[in-house]
Ligand binder design. Structure first.
Ligand code: NAD
Ligand code: ZN
Length: 386
């Protein structure tokens, strides 16, 4: 019989040394920088120009805009409040999630053409948020971004960067990592200089998100909060953000009045931010560990991969899973099943290896003795459920 993670965690807490749970003695308390400034509200996007004006005097006095290609030719592209000296890149993120090569090429081109900009302004979903954060760092750090995939490897503070999210859920707008796929690994540039200096959260910008993406990406934040809650790194600080995020997600996706409405867009934008903070001060778990495997080896998009996986994790996250399945039904979302029948043993092994290496996630989900339960075979079996 499988034991839900909440019960395992309670059992772990019983093992105490001098009255202190032993996992707490092993733990280094997290100390993260947050976003410097946040503007929130419908229509707040019009404040972009005045917000960045004082920064314009820095470096070579121009801004680089990285904007999701979806907005090319749309009204937003005429409301960027850019000046003649600014450079605008419309980036098509549909072929693939952000890569190290893409960031390096962009950085080299910008520096060769106009030198160091005052700042980078990212307008788009999680992919563009990560591109803006990574680019801001790589403009001042030499060599390939592959050198900096990991924790605190960045050597110099990047340039000012501002994020305007246009899809809500990944929490990339608030997180201290810029996830990049490189030749070796899918891993973030993670350090105190990664978070945005400024966010503009305008819920009007997410109104046009197609229903399937609205669902997958919103579920990412739901799963962040469920996984953050169900593990040993959970604490009152993380839980406070997570509970608020879950409450908002239930109003947006589950309860009466659920659906893509302006009121719910207002809530979803905040839920995404809070879910991101919840996981930052705790950790994600089994679904995300598997999701990285699926993304790295079979190139599934992050939020979609999470949904494909989470439908099979009812024994590990019973309450979250039950609500998730109700939300799927309510919004007529169809997720593929029996995928593993098409996967070779080699593919499953490769995905399991990527997942196994995310030891901090397994540790969070199953406790300090996670290796007693989790090994390559266990993870391969989880993939075979799909
Ligand atoms: P996305 O940025 O990949 O975009 C998904 C699709 O939505 C694209 O087709 C895009 O063009 C379109 N789109 C964006 N805004 C739109 C709008 N307002 N209207 C209509 N279409 C719009 O989506 P995402 O799910 O937000 O981001 C996924 C990425 O986030 C992945 O690369 C993943 O690795 C990353 N991620 C990062 C973190 C982090 O902490 N840094 C966390 C989770 C995921
Ligand atoms: Zn996620």
């Amino acid at each position: 019989m499988r034991i839900p993670l909440r019960k395992l965690r309670a059992k772990e807490k019983q093992t105490q040394v001098h009255g202190v749970p032993n996992y707490m003695q092993l733990m280094q308390h997290k100390n993260f920088r947050n976003i410097d400034k946040v503007t929130y509200g419908r229509g707040s996007f019009v404040q972009l120009g005045e917000t960045v004006e004082p920064i314009r005097k820095l470096n070579n006095q121009y801004f680089v805009y990285v904007v999701d290609n979806y907005f090319k030719g749309k009204p937003l592209s005429n409301q960027l409040q850019n000046k003649a000296e600014d450079v605008i890149y419309f980036i098509d993120i549909d072929p693939h999630e952000p890569t190290t090569e893409q960031i390096d090429t962009l950085r080299d081109e910008i520096l060769a053409k106009k030198g160091l900009p005052s700042g980078v302004i990212g307008i788009g979903g999680g992919s563009i948020m990560d591109i803006a954060k990574a680019l801001a760092l790589m403009l001042t750090n030499e060599g390939s971004s592959t050198l900096y995939q990991g924790l605190n490897l960045i050597k110099k503070e990047g340039v000012y960067h501002l994020g305007v999210p246009t899809i809500s859920g990944t929490g990339a707008e608030v997180s201290m990592t810029a996830v990049l796929t490189g030749p070796e690994k899918k891993l973030g540039l993670k350090c105190d200089w990664t978070p945005f200096n400024q966010l503009i959260l305008d819920p009007e910008l997410i109104a046009s998100v197609p229903t399937d993406w609205w669902f997958y990406t919103g579920m990412d934040t739901y799963i962040h909060s469920i996984e953050a809650e169900n593990g040993i790194l959970n604490n009152a600080f993380s839980l406070a953000y997570g509970e608020q995020s879950l409450k908002l997600c239930r109003e947006v996706y589950l309860y009466d009045g659920a659906g893509q409405t302006p009121e719910n867009d207002d809530k979803l934008m905040v839920a995404s931010l809070m879910g991101g903070l919840s996981l930052t001060y705790s950790e994600v778990g089994v679904c995300h560990a598997l999701s990285y495997g699926l993304s790295k080896i079979l190139e599934y998009r992050h939020c979609y991969a999470n949904c494909v996986i989470f439908q099979h994790l009812g024994d590990l996250y019973p309450k979250g899973h039950s609500e998730f399945m109700q939300m799927i039904e309510k919004h007529n979302i169809s997720l593929p099943k029996h995928l593993s029948k098409e996967w070779s043993e080699d593919t499953i092994t490769k995905m399991a290896q990527v997942s196994y290496n995310l030891t901090h996630m397994w540790h969070h989900a199953f406790g300090a003795n996670w290796k007693e339960k989790v090994n390559l075979d266990y993870i391969k079996d989880l993939f075979r459920r799909m």
